[in-house]
Design a protein around this ligand. Structure first.
Ligand SMILES: Cc1cc2nc3c(=O)[nH]c(=O)nc-3n(C[C@H](O)[C@H](O)[C@H](O)COP(=O)(O)OP(=O)(O)OC[C@H]3O[C@@H](n4cnc5c(N)ncnc54)[C@H](O)[C@@H]3O)c2cc1C
Length: 416
C-alpha cells in the first residue's frame, strides 16, 4: 500500500479502515539464502538493500524481541557525517546522502530533519582541530562551516558563552546534519524489505549455529533450526555474545549509554549542539522535549539500564553549557547497549568462518550509519567484496594495527 496525500484523503472518507499492516510478521521457513540476525536498523536496512539493490529476496531477519527493541529504538536520533579520517568520512557521507532521499526511497515518513549539528569549541587548540576536521569533511564532499562566538550567539543566545572554565569560542557546523525519527526508520526499512519478500521473524532468538565442516549452514533458534546459505550478524551490543557462539572473540566491549527527555518547552534549541569540554549533547524534539545524553556508564554490562553517577555527570554537562535549562524537569531516561570497538570505528567484514559476515562496533554513532551500513553490508554479502566506502572497516585492522582512531585515544572503548 503506497502512502500519499490521495491515500490519506481516501482513508479519511472511510474512517481509516483500509490501512494495511506495515509489514508481514512472518513465521520462519526451513531455509533461506541469507539470514540476518538482529532486527535493528542495520539488520533491516541490510535485508532491504539485499532485496532492492542485489535481487536477493529469499532472506529472513531474525529478531529475538520485537524489531527496534534494541538501540535502534533507544537512541537520540542524531545524524551527521562530520568525521575526520578517510576510513570513516566517505562512509558516513554516503549515509548522509542516503538519509536525504530515504523518505522518497521507502515511501515512508522517517522525519529526516536537517536542522544542523553544531560541535562547540572552547580553546584555540580545539578550534584548530575542528578546522582540520571541517577541511577533511569538505574534501570528501560533505558540508562544514567554522563559526566564531558571535555566529554561535546569534543561533543559540542562551548558551553560557563566558563560563570561566569553558568559554565558548565558536563551533563546527554541519547544516546537513540533524535528526531522524528512529523507530520510523526501523518501520520504514521493515516495510520496504517485507514488500520485497523478506521474512521478518520476531520473537526468534538465535541460540547457536549449525556447521557443515568449516562452514556455517544454519542457525539454532528459539523457534527451531533454520538453514541458510550465509548469515549476517547485525546484533550491535550483543555482538560479543553472539560471536562467542561461533567461538569468536571480537575486539568489542558492551557498555551502557543513557538518554534523557525533558518535559516539553517552547522552541529553544534549533538543531543539535554538542559541548566540547565534556561529553554532553542536546537537541529538541518536535514535541518540545529536550533530548540529551553524554558518556557511557563506566563498566561493561548487558543490563540495558543505567546508573545515577552518569545521570549526575550528564546534568552537570548540561548546566555548564546552558544553565537556563536547570529547572526543566526530566520526564524519562533509559539505556541501550553499545558495541564499543577498540578504535571507536565499526566493522563491516567477513568473519573468519565460512558463510558468516559481521556488522558491529557501532559505538555511540550507529544510528546515523544505518542506511550506509545496510547498503555496504548487503554489498559485502551479495558480492563477497567490500563496498568502496567500507574497505577500511575490516576486522583484521585490529591485528594489523591499521586502526581508524577518530579521536586518537587508543584502545580505550570508553574514551571513543
Ligand atoms: C541511548 C543511546 C543514544 C544513541 N544516540 C545515537 C545518536 O544520536 N546517533 C547515532 O548515530 N547513534 C546513536 N546511538 C547508537 C545507535 O543507536 C546504535 O549504534 C545502532 O542503533 C546499532 O545498530 P542497530 O540499530 O542495528 O542495533 P539494535 O537496534 O540494537 O539491533 C540489534 C538487534 O539484535 C537483536 N539481537 C541480539 N541478540 C540476538 C539474538 N541472539 N538473536 C536474535 N536477535 C538478537 C536485538 O534484540 C536488537 O534488536 C545511540 C545508542 C543509544 C543506546
Amino acid at each position: 500500500m503506497r502512502y500519499s496525500l490521495f491515500a490519506l484523503a481516501r482513508e479519511a472518507f472511510r474512517s481509516h479502515r483500509g490501512w494495511q499492516p506495515v509489514w508481514r510478521d512472518a513465521a520462519p521457513r526451513p531455509h533461506y539464502d541469507v539470514i540476518i540476525v538482529g532486527g535493528g536498523g542495520h539488520g533491516l536496512a541490510t535485508a532491504y538493500y539485499l532485496a532492492e539493490r542485489f535481487g536477493i529476496r529469499n532472506v529472513a531477519v531474525l529478531e529475538k524481541g520485537w524489531i527496534g527493541s534494541g538501540n535502534a529504538g533507544r537512541n537520540t536520533t542524531i545524524i551527521r557525517s562530520n568525521y575526520l579520517l578517510p576510513g570513516n568520512q566517505p562512509f558516513y557521507e554516503l549515509s548522509m546522502q542516503l538519509w536525504e532521499s530515504l523518505e522518497q526511497q521507502l515511501n515512508y515518513n522517517t522525519m529526516v530533519s536537517q536542522r544542523g549539528v553544531l560541535n562547540l569549541f572552547h580553546s584555540d587548540a580545539q578550534r584548530d582541530a575542528f578546522a582540520r576536521r571541517g577541511n577533511a569533511m569538505l574534501l570528501s564532499g560533505a558540508d562544514a562551516e567554522l563559526l566564531d562566538a558571535d555566529d554561535v550567539r546569534r543561533m543559540l543566545p542562551l548558551l553560557d558563552f563566558d563560563n570561566a572554565r569553558f568559554p565558548i569560542k565558536g563551533g563546527l557546523l554541519q547544516r546537513r546534519g540533524g535528526t531522524a525519527r528512529h523507530d520510523a526508520v526501523v518501520w520504514g526499512y521493515a516495510r520496504g524489505a517485507s514488500e520485497l519478500g523478506v521474512d521478518i521473524v520476531q520473537n526468534c532468538e538465535v541460540t547457536g549455529f549449525v556447521r557443515d565442516g568449516d562452514r556455517v549452514v544454519g542457525v539454532e533458534t528459539s523457534r527451531g533450526r533454520i538453514g541458510c546459505g550465509s548469515v549476517g550478524l547485525a546484533v550491535a551490543g550483543s555482538s560479543s555474545r553472539v560471536a562467542k557462539m561461533l567461538g569468536l572473540r571480537l575486539p568489542i566491549e558492551s557498555h551502557l549509554i543513557q538518554a534523557f527527555v525533558s518535559e516539553g518547552i517552547k522552541p529553544l534549541i534549533p538543531g543539535v549542539v554538542t559541548f566540547g569540554a565534556g561529553h554532553f549533547y542536546i537537541s529538541q524534539s518536535d514535541k518540545g522535549g529536550l533530548v540529551f545524553g553524554g558518556d557511557i556508564d563506566g563498566y561493561n554490562s548487558y543490563a540495558q539500564r543505567g546508573n545515577l553517577p552518569v545521570i549526575e555527570d550528564v546534568c552537570e554537562g548540561g548546566m555548564a553549557l546552558m544553565p537556563s535549562i536547570g529547572r526543566v524537569r526530566i520526564l524519562r531516561n533509559w539505556a541501550g547497549l553499545l558495541d564499543m570497538s577498540m578504535d571507536g570505528s565499526p566493522i563491516i567484514d567477513r568473519a573468519p568462518i565460512e558463510g558468516v559476515y559481521l556488522n558491529a562496533g557501532w559505538c555511540y554513532g550507529g544510528f546515523k550509519a544505518t542506511p550506509a551500513s545496510g547498503l555496504c553490508f548487503a554489498h559485502l554479502i551479495a558480492n563477497g567484496s567490500s563496498h568502496p566506502v567500507a574497505t577500511e572497516l575490516r576486522l583484521d585492522r585490529f591485528a594489523a594495527g591499521h586502526l581508524i582512531d577518530e579521536k586518537g585515544r587508543g584502545a580505550q572503548p570508553n574514551l571513543h
